[in-house]
Write a protein that binds this ligand. Sequence first.
Ligand code: FE2
Length: 164
Amino acid sequence: MDGRIADIRRAMEDYFGADGKRIGHALRVTGFADEILRSEPGDRELVLATALLHDIGIREAERKYGSSAGDLQEREGPPVARKILEGLGYGEPFVQEVCSIIASHHSPGEVDSDNFRAIWDADWLVNLADEVDCSDRERLPALIGKIFMTATGEALARKIYLAP
Ligand SMILES: [Fe+2]
């Protein structure tokens, strides 16, 4: 990872501290986001920054409400992400766009952009097995078709979850 993206990764790892599960999730989503952007449009630095920080609100959500529910993470994430990005010298509108994606990363339709679609698909590539019954091979192709927003995300999901 280059330059400032490596700095964001370090800040995210420092923030999550001993929570290896969260760090692992963020890194896996970032890896898929990077892969998606090899064939989909989007701003690479912005998408990778967002992928690294997309679930950064989870700790505050758990601390304040004892819950990691999606809407609470969406609410608590942006201020934390903003502090990290501004601390690394990022200005508006970069910070604003990252925060707006984090604020709706569980709410499709609120933000309609290439950058949002890359994050949405990368997160789903990691989460699919936890969210839907992947052993139901009859229903899975249609579900994948419905969930994923980019052709590359959908193709990767098929490769990962429908491989023989
Ligand atoms: Fe996530």
